[in-house]
Ligand binder design. Structure first.
Ligand code: SF4
Ligand SMILES: [Zn+2]
Ligand SMILES: [Zn+2]
Length: 308
């Protein structure tokens, strides 16, 4: 297989674009597409201080690496922000990888943990819980990242979400019929107390991110989170992977379809104003944020369960 742009051997076949690329053209294309996403969506401006959420998995590792490269000459400051949820046999390894990539790129790193922030690790929170582990994990991670980002004085929070994640999230909202959430998926304006989130890799498929990490020698093979299989996302991911292999471009078209719907619904689904949580002051939809609500449910029964 020969590169569509030169005579070198191709290392990747981008079926959804109908072309093959050699290593050099792949790296160039990868970073170029990320920059295009940043520029078109005005994600990062000169003089900003950005927190990059780095878990140590391949997506966030590749994000920190690629951002460090393309922003090297720009006046943009970066800090790596790592959350230790407390998932035995999984998170410890990725935190080692997160420390390694931050050191390699010369980026300051701050590590926060569920244990320190909320008093319990995720493993402790989910003992006997009725709510799925990923719900606890997602809610508290979002809360912890926003609080830490504010205390670090950053202007944006960059996450390693890829095209697969984005298409899965859209599909999950379709399946749940959750239009409100779907319309909040890509907020159009800033909300007080909420550090704007950016996803520079959102147009790049997960497989290409793994390949980018490999060819740059930063790939780290991590185990799957032990809770991953308990989520709706796992089923949606399997379904979308199957569709993508049968009909290349499915993910891209799912996202394009969502963008079209979002455009058409704009007037009817005006972005709602967020209030301050009456307990912790974080922005939320009702009177109490999701993190405080979940903590409230945990408090009465958790200590006994942990001690058991
Ligand atoms: S799979 Fe679920 S529990 Fe595991 S890290 Fe992801 S969100 Fe958290
Ligand atoms: Zn080439
Ligand atoms: Zn709260």
């Amino acid at each position: 297989m020969i590169c569509s742009l030169c005579q070198e051997r191709a290392i990747v076949s981008q079926r959804y674009l109908g072309r093959h690329l050699c290593q050099d053209h792949f790296i160039q294309d990868f970073e170029g597409r990320m920059v295009q996403t940043i520029v078109v969506n005005r994600m990062i401006e000169k003089g900003e201080r950005i927190a990059v959420a780095v878990s140590g998995g391949k997506d966030s590792t590749a994000l920190l690496f690629a951002l460090s490269r393309v922003l090297a000459e720009k006046e943009v400051e970066m800090v790596a922000l790592t959350v230790d949820e407390g998932i035995a046999g999984y998170r410890d390894d990725t935190i080692v990888a997160a420390k390694r990539i931050a050191r390699q790129m010369g980026v300051e790193q701050v590590i926060i943990s569920f244990q320190e922030e909320y008093g319990w690790s995720l493993d402790e929170m989910v003992v006997g819980a009725e709510v799925a582990p990923c719900t606890y994990c997602g809610v508290f991670r979002k809360n912890a990242l926003n609080c830490a980002a504010k205390s670090l004085g950053v202007t944006k929070l960059a996450t390693g979400h890829n095209q697969d994640d984005e298409a899965q999230s859209v599909m999950m909202n379709y399946l749940k019929g959750d239009m409100e959430r779907l319309m909040r998926f890509r907020p159009r304006r800033e909300q007080p107390g909420l550090i704007p989130r950016i996803k520079p890799l959102r147009d790049i498929p997960e497989k290409e991110i793994a390949l980018y990490a490999m060819v740059n020698g930063i790939y780290f093979e991590s185990r799957e989170c032990p809770y991953a299989r308990l989520s709706l996302r796992a089923d949606v991911r399997d379904m979308m992977n199957r569709m993508e292999s049968l009909f290349p471009g499915t993910r891209q078209k799912t996202l394009q379809g969502f963008e079209r719907i979002e455009e058409l619904c704009r007037g009817d689904w005006a972005q709602m104003e967020l209030a301050e949580c009456r307990e912790c002051g974080e922005p939320c939809v009702g009177k109490r944020c999701k993190a405080c609500e979940l903590l409230g449910r945990l408090r009465p029964n958790l200590p006994d369960q942990i001690g058991a």
